[in-house]
Design a protein around this ligand. Structure first.
Ligand SMILES: Cc1cc2nc3c(=O)[nH]c(=O)nc-3n(C[C@H](O)[C@H](O)[C@H](O)COP(=O)(O)OP(=O)(O)OC[C@H]3O[C@@H](n4cnc5c(N)ncnc54)[C@H](O)[C@@H]3O)c2cc1C
Length: 483
């Protein structure tokens, strides 16, 4: 989606006064303090609170705080949510009650390990307990939602999509940022300014902005290919297209800040591990019934392959180790867009990233899989496809195709949609150092803080973490406002 679609948002900010200074010009240097930017100091001479990043976490914090300086590297506010589907996770809300779903923070906490692979931590419990209030506060901003959808793995209806998706969420949060918040677009924070062990400002190319507190809302690291490849094994990594530059982790390394849960990456498998000429992987439309199965290193299926839209696939995929996708050549090629199909045909022709064989036993030999196990798997698939068996993994029979003709195999492509790890924070959102001590003057929210509380998303992550991102921004913004 083109960025300039969101330029009206900036114009709207200007019109409603959501920023007094939209570009960070060179500091006024009248007092000779080279590099120090005094423009941010308020009339009473007290340094402002500086928020780094105008994604939904930073916007929520700025809206709740009602004053301060919001520094955004991009030309627009909104961050990655501008491209997001707006899927959010809620617990114990009236929408559930209205259709007879019994739910509560306690029930969700009991489900947490099944959903995320880790039991609910303290931060998780606070997030769950605040969930209904977060939902209510979003309604008060004028947002509405579609119908409740099931949470993968637990099958409880806890997912709602914001009407208007991510951009509507951004717009609603940005509208709450008052004129008392100075918004500086196109201003990259390069580092934190420290004095006597406390954070007292941020450093930009135009000089330092002194701060009585700094809130890091700079997002996650889904756009950092090298870091992703280092953290998690994936044969074909494709970084998230929009944002996720990982600045918070760079500061953690430079300034001895604690981090947690970094290998928990929100993988999506909308891509086939066959690189196109431009280095991107073959994409396919995820609402089609994928005409293939995935097998683990034992040649066995382990998940419903049509559920590829959900980041909660991360867990089963990790556990499955070395995964292959297998499908009948003709059906696979037919399912691909005509733009990407020639690349797949080329890969098959040179027998490289997509390889085909005449039958299951030849394919098993090629992939070094147990031929009997693979034959048994394909026999079960044939049974489900013909209607004589129920799929034990819950995939609907009508989504299978006959596995006839040449069979092809390839690796699923790994795309990061978000990252669930981040800076260690305490239960109030204060950043902790590597020794576990509170860093004076420093707070973190959103993806930069592992969705607001690193460990909250467990080992596998969950869908709809925008709720946690907004919740954490409000939590810190409210807290700082009350101080
Ligand atoms: C295509 C796509 C679809 C998605 N769909 C969903 C979905 O349906 N549901 C869901 O829950 N999640 C979804 N996500 C993830 C979700 O959008 C993000 O988790 C969320 O928006 C993160 O918000 P944030 O404010 O923490 O970080 P970000 O959105 O990354 O915002 C950080 C902001 O800080 C700025 N910044 C970073 N570093 C600096 C710096 N040094 N100086 C100044 N500014 C800086 C960035 O420019 C950015 O604007 C999706 C993501 C993508 C890409």
């Amino acid at each position: 989606m083109p960025l300039d679609r969101y330029l009206p948002l900036v114009a709207c900010c200007l019109a409603v006064g959501c920023g007094q200074q939209l570009a960070g010009g060179p500091p006024d240097d009248e007092d000779g303090d080279v590099g120090k930017d005094d423009t941010a100091e308020d009339a009473g001479g007290v340094d402002p609170i500086v928020i780094i990043g105008g994604g939904v976490a930073g916007l929520a914090a700025a809206g709740a705080l009602g004053e301060g300086v919001l520094v955004e590297a991009d030309t627009v506010l909104g961050g990655r949510a501008l491209w997001s589907g707006g899927l959010m996770h809620f617990v114990g809300i009236p929408d559930q009650e209205a259709i007879g779903v019994v739910d509560s923070p306690a029930l969700a906490a009991a489900d947490w390990e099944a959903l995320t692979g880790w039991p609910a931590a303290d931060g998780t419990l606070r997030y769950l307990e605040d969930s209904a209030a977060t939902h209510e506060r979003l309604l008060e901003l004028g947002l509405s939602y579609g119908l409740l959808a099931n949470e993968p793995r637990t099958d409880v209806q806890r997912l709602l999509t914001v009407t208007g998706e991510g951009p509507a969420l951004v717009e609603a949060l940005a509208a709450k940022v008052t004129a008392a918040v100075e918004v500086r677009l196109e201003t990259l924070v390069e580092g934190l300014v420290w004095r006597d062990g406390a954070v007292v400002g941020v450093r930009t190319a135009d000089g330092e902005i002194p701060a009585r507190a700094v809130v890091i809302a700079s997002g996650g690291y889904a756009g950092e290919l090298a870091r992703l490849a280092e953290l998690a094994e994936g044969e074909f990594w494709e970084a998230s297209k929009h944002g996720g530059a990982g600045h918070a982790l760079a500061w953690a390394e430079a300034d001895d800040l604690g981090v947690k849960n970094l290998p928990n990456i929100g993988w999506l498998h909308r891509h086939i591990g066959v690189p196109m000429g431009d280095g991107k992987l073959i994409g396919f439309t995820y609402d089609i019934a994928a005409p293939w199965i995935w097998v683990d290193e034992n040649g066995l299926r382990f998940l419903d392959e049509t559920d590829i839209e959900s980041v909660t696939l991360t867990g089963p995929l990790r556990a499955a180790g070395d995964v292959w996708a297998i499908g009948p050549r003709d059906a696979v090629l037919a399912a691909l867009d005509e733009v990407v199909r020639p690349t797949a045909e080329q890969a098959i022709a040179v027998d490289s990233t997509m390889r085909c064989r005449a039958d299951a036993s030849a394919l098993a030999e090629l992939l070094v899989l147990d031929p009997e196990a693979l034959s048994q798997t394909l026999g079960e698939v044939a049974g489900v496809e013909s209607g004589s068996l129920d799929d034990p993994l819950g995939r609907p029979a009508e989504s299978f195709v006959p596995f006839t003709g040449d069979l092809c195999a390839w690796r699923p492509g790994d795309t990061a949609s978000k990252t669930y790890g981040g800076l260690m924070v305490d239960e109030d959102g204060r950043v902790l150092n590597t020794a576990g001590g509170v860093v004076p003057g420093l707070w973190a929210v959103g993806e930069a803080a592992g969705m607001g509380a690193p460990g909250l998303a467990g080992r596998y992550g969950f869908d709809g973490t925008l709720s946690a991102v907004v919740w954490s921004g409000w939590r810190v913004g409210d807290r700082l406002a009350s101080e």
